[in-house]
Design a protein around this ligand. Structure first.
Ligand code: A3P
Length: 286
């Protein structure tokens, strides 16, 4: 099994599951006005948001989430199989993507389709990705955390730089079909976040339905759900013997992994790369 990477539009992708032709086809994907895109930089809460959006769509009824794998409910547009699934799923469609904005379907930008962009403290993204790279077979072994930290800060990882991804997508701020929320907001107030998502999606959910969304999208509920915990994923893609996909599900785990020096180095790069963005995040260094 090749674990090679290829470059497409200046971004690194793994050769397993992804292809240049697939990425070109994703760029030409025929977007419909009722499409809802779940967009993230990887490890920022993609499957959590997908679960929330699936549950909102079914008024809190968990049957869809418990009977259809998440990768079929909201397929990843940039994978060869996900693209096929996205094309064939009935409308209105939920579609997931980690693509940076410059590789996203062109048709989106002239459509009324909606993007929900979930962003997470990049130090937690780094730690989550470090663990994920050890179980996700298309990715290269991350080496030591010290080595991986440098690669992450340089953007020398699949899907490219966190900084560029976030800066690129946040350019859409203020557009009425763009909604940005953080993993940390979901953590702090899931119910309030679901209400805001419902308002953005134009969905009115009863109090009971909201409760059901919150209950079924919890870390514990998702960890139990075989359609959401990736236990159905084949071993050649995900090696869950080495660790779970739903690993810890907390904010601030970076403090258990990064030294004070590594954290300070991260902050220096962060300040440089995020300067002038005009957005403040709870994790911004002082
Ligand atoms: P950790 O590795 O820090 O635990 P993605 O879906 O973008 O790959 O992100 C995966 C991260 O989201 C993992 O973080 C995972 O545990 C976390 N996650 C998934 N579902 C969650 C939930 N219901 N509550 C909290 N965190 C969740």
């Amino acid at each position: 099994m090749s674990r090679g990477y290829f470059q497409h539009g200046g971004i690194t992708f793994p050769g397993l599951l992804y292809s240049p032709r697939g990425l070109e086809a994703a760029r030409d994907f025929p977007v419909e006005d009722d499409d809802v895109f779940n967009v993230t930089y990887q490890k920022s809460g993609t499957v959590w948001m997908l679960e929330i959006l699936s549950l909102i769509r079914s008024d809190g009824d968990p049957r869809w989430c418990r009977s259809v794998p998440n990768w079929d409910r909201g397929p990843w547009l940039e994978t060869v199989l996900g693209l096929r699934r996205a094309r064939s799923n009935p409308r209105p469609r939920l579609i997931s993507s980690h693509l940076p904005i410059q590789l996203f379907p062109k048709a989106f930008f002239t459509s009324k389709a909606k993007v929900i962009y979930t962003v997470r403290n990049p130090k937690d993204v780094l730690v989550s990705l470090y663990h994920f790279a050890r179980i996700f077979r298309p990715y290269k072994d991350p080496g030591s955390l010290e080595q991986f930290l440098e690669k992450f800060l340089e953007g020398d990882v699949p899907f490219g730089s966190w900084f560029e991804h976030v800066r690129g997508w946040l350019e859409l701020r203020g557009r009425e079909n763009f909604f940005c929320i953080s993993y940390e907001e979901l953590q702090q107030d899931l119910r309030g976040s679901v209400e805001r998502l419902c308002a953005f999606l134009g969905r009115g959910l009863s109090a009971e339905a909201l409760d059901a969304v919150v209950a079924n999208a919890s870390f514990a509920a998702m960890s139990r759900n075989r359609m959401s915990n990736f236990s159905l994923s084949p071993l050649f893609i995900l090696d869950l013997r080495r660790g779970p996909f739903l690993r810890k599900g907390i904010s601030g785990d970076w403090k258990n992994h990064l030294t004070a020096e590594q954290s300070a180095r991260f902050d220096r790069v962060y300040r440089e790369r995020m300067a002038g963005l005009g957005v403040t995040f709870p994790w911004d260094p002082p």
